[in-house]
Design a protein around this ligand. Structure first.
Ligand code: PMP
Length: 369
């Protein structure tokens, strides 16, 4: 057997700057490490695709991923870390299934399509109130946490910390009288957070921390204990908190573990937050510098992860996205439901990518402005 699959240098060079909203860019050193270990994990004699989920090798990978998350976020023993499947969309259902008992209601902050979907699933199962909504602004603006009308009896309050489609983000942690459940799919581990207000945080890995196929769920034990009895086994968070019940997405967890290692090397959440602020700051400055580009989100609600903007016509937007693609700036078209343009600046996107995009924007404006 050959020792390693060789990955031609030309392929590495052929990587564009990837602004995809998800699955999105991963750190190149992680991809290279995966390449090196692909035929056989060191000391194991089989690839990561071919090992039992009950093997020592996987047990160590999962334990290391948990330990890295604990260190990065400062999670105490009261937090459980689960690696689940079904995408963030499954969490829209699993959260109310576990925590919204008959006779109770839950509060939802509706700030975009993903939040609407979460609310819809909750209403299939029980009573869910809208504590605040950004719909009247066309989801350009976030209702400030101070304006949320929170029912102090609510089982929980569900929010979406970053709205991937519209490019809006709550960049501080709100404080409300009930546990917060946060869909952090598109800004997970992009900045240090204050864990106090949260009962549960979930994130599909495929934006900031890994490939598709795993959802990271952080749940506070005290909140977990408020779940209903008699839940379907696989959909009961308690099942996964207690044991490895069934085959987890081994490969996805393996990649997540490596991305978390990269994050630690990059200075942890404080280090990555500083870089994320710099990247988004440069792009917003460029957008604000002329009337040619029209930023979509209101200033106070702007996301550091997904920067959304429009041009004068849809035709010009299409031209922008296709010319950018031809220049190696990938996936800049907006979400199909919102149109426009969107640059996703996830943790792994290097600063040079933003420089390249800004240079392209200068040139595009010079030619079409
Ligand atoms: N929530 C947010 C904030 C998202 O951006 C997405 C996907 N783009 C989802 C939920 C749904 O994730 P999944 O496709 O993993 O179900």
């Amino acid at each position: 057997m050959d020792a390693a699959i060789t990955f031609p240098q030309s392929l590495v060079q052929a990587r564009g700057h990837n602004f995809c909203a998800g699955p999105g860019v991963l750190p190149l050193p992680v991809i290279e490490a995966i390449r090196d270990e692909l035929p056989a994990l060191p000391g194991v004699g089989a690839s990561v695709f071919e090992i039992s989920h009950r093997s020592d090798a996987y047990t160590e990978i999962a334990a290391s991923a948990r330990a890295r998350l604990q260190r990065l976020l400062g999670l105490g023993d009261e937090w459980l870390v689960l690696f689940l499947q079904g995408g963030a969309s499954m969490q829209f259902h699993q959260v109310p299934l576990n925590f919204l008992a008959p006779g109770q209601s839950a509060d939802y902050v509706v700030t975009g399509v993903w939040a609407e979907k979460a609310l819809k699933e909750a209403r299939l199962l029980g009573e869910a109130r809208i504590a605040a909504s950004g719909e009247a602004s066309g989801y350009r603006a976030l209702p400030s946490a101070e304006s949320w009308e929170v029912d102090p009896e609510a089982a929980y309050l569900h929010m979406t910390s970053n709205n991937t489609i519209y490019g809006t983000e709550y960049r501080t942690d709100p404080s409300v009288p009930v546990p917060i459940v946060s869909d952090a799919s598109s800004d997970f581990l992009s900045r240090p957070i204050d864990l106090d207000p949260y009962g549960l945080i979930y994130a599909g890995a495929q934006k900031n921390i890994g490939p598709a196929g795993v959802v990271v769920v952080l749940v506070r034990d005290e909140f977990l204990q408020t779940r209903r009895a008699g839940l379907p086994t696989l959909l009961d968070y308690g099942t996964h908190a207690a044991r490895l019940f069934h085959t987890p997405p081994v490969f996805a967890v393996y990649v997540v573990e490596k991305v978390l290692g990269w994050l630690e090397e990059e200075g942890g959440l404080a280090g990555i937050a500083e870089r994320n602020e710099r990247k988004a700051g440069r792009l917003y400055d460029r957008l604000d510098a002329s009337g040619f580009y029209h930023p979509f989100a209101e200033k106070a609600s702007r996301s550091l992860m997904n920067v959304t903007f429009r041009l004068a016509t849809e035709e010009l937007e299409e031209r922008f996205a296709s010319e950018a693609e031809a220049s190696g700036l990938l996936a800049l078209a907006g979400h199909r439901s919102a149109g426009g343009l969107r640059a996703s600046l996830y943790n792994a996107l290097p600063e040079e990518a933003v420089s390249a995009l800004v240079a392209f924007m200068d040139d595009f404006e010079a030619r079409y402005g």
